[in-house]
Design a protein around this ligand. Structure first.
Ligand code: PMP
Length: 394
């Protein structure tokens, strides 16, 4: 017997096994609404033209692949800052580092919280997650040794944000607790807070001394770059301390290149430096430094007005296509009207696990077992097919 006998078999990622099932399905009309990447009207997830252009420049101009530091590409983090924060946070109150994707940013945030807790500044801190949420949130927090609490956020059957329940639950949070909020394009619900609700949450976290952790992974894919950051900025403005985990992986389409950033807002410039030193030391112990390529591309794009304009136009195109599909579904079936009011790639259809199984078996419609659909997996041509399939299982 060895140490590793004690390990337990872990379940395979459900969405990844769905990819295999979909691939092996011979039916030509099959629809993939499972995997969470943008698709164009041909079903492809192409490299953006602005990214290709940046890659060509990088190939020509990069003269070394020597190490950077644990902070990654500093210019990348600086150039991203106004897009995320506008002018909301003074530069000397914001510590930012490049991370391996939004996942790395969340993990680093969790480790920072855990480090502060270990030093006695927040014994028994809880991280409050809405339900439902991205399935990786709880494991990331648990991996850093943090305790998780939940607040109900969204009701799948009635397609409503449970705002009053959320507020009531968060009144039970202790000062210093962390509240995770989706900045926009909620995954999986598709339902975000409205501006009044964001303002109320901003007041609540400020009054109760809670620390917001904003997960902003889809900026620009909802209502627009500025619009999608409005809620996050309202909350950041209201509190002395806040964390923001950012992903460029969807809005730049660089998923596998792992491009993210963690920004921490702190009460004073001295505190900002203290936090920066801690996130750098935690990053060093985790991945030493983040992968360079994708962040270098984002930096090249944001450093060039022409490439930035091209990227914004391509992002506008992705957003417009997603919202066009949403509007077509809403117009095609009154019971899907909620999809037209929601934003981002994902929404939860009010289906049982059994109905999801029948859709796959009898209609070749593939979606997550939760009923989450990636609307970018549809086109105007396939919208009627989904509507018909849903009618058949109801
Ligand atoms: N947060 C949310 C809500 C997400 O949906 C995702 C990606 N599925 C991430 C974070 C992580 O993104 P990344 O691929 O950049 O790690």
């Amino acid at each position: 017997s060895t140490l590793f006998d004690a390990l337990k078999q872990q379940p395979a990622d459900a969405l990844l096994s769905l990819i295999g099932l979909y691939r092996d399905d011979p039916r030509p009309q099959k629809l993939d609404l499972g995997v969470g990447v943008y698709r164009d009207e041909t079903g492809a997830t192409p490299v953006l033209r602005a990214v290709k252009a940046a890659e060509a420049r990088l190939l020509e101009t990069q003269d070394s692949k020597s190490y950077l530091g644990p902070e990654g590409d500093i210019r990348y983090t600086e150039l991203l800052q106004p897009i995320v924060f506008g002018k909301a946070v003074p530069a000397d109150r914001l510590a930012g580092v490049q991370t391996p994707g939004g996942t790395g940013a969340l993990r680093l945030a969790a480790e920072l919280i855990a480090a502060a807790q270990a030093n006695g500044k927040g014994a028994g801190v809880k991280v409050w997650l809405g339900t439902p949420t991205w399935p990786n949130h709880a494991p990331i927090m648990a991996a850093a040794g943090l305790a998780v609490a939940t607040y109900r956020y969204y009701d799948q059957a009635s397609q409503t944000v449970l705002f009053d329940e959320m507020v009531e639950a968060l009144k039970g949070a202790a000062a210093g607790d962390i509240v995770l909020l989706h900045g926009c394009c909620h995954n999986p619900a598709g339902a975000d807070l409205d501006l009044d609700q964001w303002r109320a949450v901003a007041r609540l976290v400020a009054e109760r001394g809670l620390i917001p952790l904003i997960d902003l992974a889809y900026q620009g894919l909802g209502d627009g770059l500025e619009e999608d950051a409005t809620g996050a900025r309202l909350v950041l403005d209201a509190v002395p301390d806040a964390l923001l985990a950012y992903s460029c992986d969807k809005n730049f389409g660089v998923y596998r290149d792992r491009v993210g950033a963690l920004y921490v807002k702190a009460a004073t410039p001295a505190r900002t430096e203290l936090i920066r030193s801690n996130i750098l030391s935690l990053a060093r112990a985790n991945w030493s430094m983040p992968p360079d390529h994708g962040a270098a591309l984002v930096r090249i794009i944001l450093d060039d007005a022409g490439l930035t304009a091209n990227w914004r136009a391509e992002l506008d195109g992705m957003r417009a296509r997603i919202n066009q599909v949403r509007q077509a579904l809403a117009a095609g079936d009154p019971s899907l009207a909620f999809l037209g009011r929601q934003r981002g790639m994902f929404s939860l259809l009010p289906l049982s696990g059994e109905q999801v199984g029948i859709l796959r078996r009898d209609h070749a419609v593939y979606m997550a077992g939760s009923g989450r659909v990636n609307l970018a997996g549809l086109t105007l041509a396939t919208v009627p097919q989904l509507i018909q399939s849903l009618k058949a299982v109801r």
